[in-house]
Design a protein around this ligand. Structure first.
Ligand code: NDP
Length: 478
């Protein structure tokens, strides 16, 4: 889809599409968006997640709060009847007015930054793509416009954070850590509210009725979403807002709050905490620097907006992606110089692979193959697909550079970076390693569903591509 978007930007529509009158292709093109039918495995997974994902988040955060981040001790206490569920629950901090106030202010502030402050960063930061950008072609052939101002929102938020920490002192920099569980309830309220609202909206006032998908299964529709790109007004796009902010803007603030807590408790910030802050900070900054590119990732191009994205962005992401920093508040690990450097190198190599792989595809698609990958003309496979109205589009699949090594080498780099964050926490507990386990499952599952979608979209052309690049993540292994 990227090349299609690039073609839009280059204003050469005749190069990218030809009307087709072939009816048989219409049947196949309808399949390349989200599934219309729910198989039993998907349904079982969805029910499992709807029931257990909130409990998993609670369990991890409670383990840190009450058991010094041990995942085993609560189970042992319950099995040996040393404690009952009610004991654990009674010790759990409840929702407070203070947390509700902080959270409301936080989300409202991010909404204001998103909706009311058009991007000015692209006007003075060379190479940064911000302002109004076009998304990819949706299955019904719509191209949405987005206001890309995430980097600006991130910068303003962090400038204010540091101004407060070092100058104004309106609130303590440990505010997030100090209210972490009460804030969890607020995040859940928002996550459920926005998912439920998105579902109701899709029935009564969808933004684009043609891009809605009703499977007929309530749970599947609630979880995976019905509307493709729900919006309020012209610019408030649910997917872009909830995916990026408040969750990802908060990510670095949460880590900073953990670092401040270490300082308060132990009088110093450990090198492992600095490593986690730096490596995850680079990942977050990369996300906002490339927010326009992000419009072409699966989250925006393929996923509909439901509980998976709505609740996931409000709760799962800020709470579970930041477990390393939380862990380090309870277990301040000071790494020896060799280990710290080794972890830094692993994280940076992972980041380099992640960024370069994504960059190669973006460059290739943006220039329609008129570029150099590793100093040579790119190799690729020509392919075509149809949108709902029967328009035939042409596309290309890159088979050189990192894309010649494996079909998702960007995921491999991401996983190396994820492992680095976890290693910074040492080997005393399993909790900080949840992230790399989770990312491995997420990205392998993503690989499979993306390839299923690409096969539905490109048909035999996709088969030619998988024959040319036979491995998914690791050449010669998988
Ligand atoms: P990709 O950026 O790999 O995009 C996949 C799409 O790219 C395919 O659907 C296809 O779309 C196109 N494509 C596939 N192969 C080729 C090729 N050889 N040449 C050109 N185009 C191709 O995947 P994601 O959107 O999942 O991920 C983007 C990044 O975000 C990744 O680096 C990933 O690691 C990261 N990520 C991080 C997550 C986190 O929670 N931290 C979660 C998910 C992703 P088309 O229809 O255009 O052909």
């Amino acid at each position: 889809m990227q090349d299609i978007m690039a073609a839009h930007q280059e204003k050469k529509p005749e190069e990218r599409k030809h009307k087709s009158t072939q009816n048989h292709t219409r049947t196949s093109q309808v399949q390349w968006g989200r599934a219309w039918e729910v198989d039993w495995f998907s349904l079982a997974s969805i029910l499992f997640l709807l029931m257990f994902a909130p409990l998993i988040v609670y369990y991890f955060i409670m383990s840190c709060d009450q058991y010094q981040c041990s995942l085993i001790d609560p189970v042992i206490d319950l099995l040996t009847e040393k404690k009952h569920l009610s004991d654990i629950w009674n010790k759990t901090p409840m929702l407070t007015y203070r947390a509700a106030g902080i959270y409301t202010l936080w989300v409202a502030f991010q909404v204001v930054l998103y909706v009311f402050i058009p991007d000015f960063c692209h006007k003075f930061i060379p190479g940064y793509v911000g302002g109004v950008q076009e998304g990819a072609v949706t299955p019904v052939g719509v191209v949405n416009k987005y206001e890309i101002n995430g980097l600006q929102a991130w910068i303003i938020t962090h400038v204010l954070w540091f101004a407060n920490a070092y100058y104004f002192h309106w609130f303590s920099p440990t505010i997030i850590f100090d209210n972490w569980i009460p804030l969890l309830w607020c995040a859940n309220i928002l996550g459920y509210a926005v998912s439920t609202f998105a579902m109701i909206k899709s029935y009564f006032f969808p933004t684009n009725a043609k891009d809605c998908k009703f499977t007929g299964n309530f749970f599947y529709d609630y979880m995976m979403g019905i509307e493709f790109n729900p919006r309020i007004g012209k610019w408030f796009d649910f997917k872009l807002f909830f995916n990026g902010r408040p969750g990802i803007v908060a990510w670095t603030l949460i880590n900073l709050s953990y670092a401040a807590k270490q300082q308060e408790l132990y009088g110093e910030v450990t090198n492992s905490m600095i490593l986690v802050n730096v490596l995850q900070g680079i990942y977050v900054l990369d996300f906002f620097w490339n927010e326009a590119w992000y419009l072409k990732t699966i989250d925006i191009c393929h996923d509909h907006f439901g509980w998976y994205l709505g609740w996931g962005d409000c709760v799962w992401l800020p709470y579970l992606y930041t477990l390393q920093g939380l862990y380090l508040v309870y277990h301040p690990v000071q790494l020896c110089a060799a280990n710290a450097i080794g972890i830094l190198i692993l994280g940076m190599i992972g980041y380099y692979i992640f960024r370069m792989t994504n960059h190669q595809k973006d460059l290739f698609r943006r220039t329609n193959g008129n570029c150099k990958i590793w100093g040579k003309k790119p190799e690729y496979i020509e392919c075509s697909y149809m949108s709902v109205d029967g328009t035939k589009y042409y596309s290309k699949l890159l088979t050189s550079g990192f894309w010649g090594w494996a079909r998702h080498f960007n995921y491999t780099g991401d996983l190396m970076g994820s492992l680095a964050y976890c290693l910074a926490c040492g080997f005393q507990h399993i909790l900080p390693y949840f992230y790399v386990f989770y990312m491995t499952i997420l990205l392998i599952h993503r690989c499979i569903r993306d390839e299923h979608r690409c096969f539905s979209k490109y048909g035999k052309d996709w088969k030619r591509y998988t024959a040319a690049v036979p491995y998914r993540l690791l050449p010669g292994v998988f």
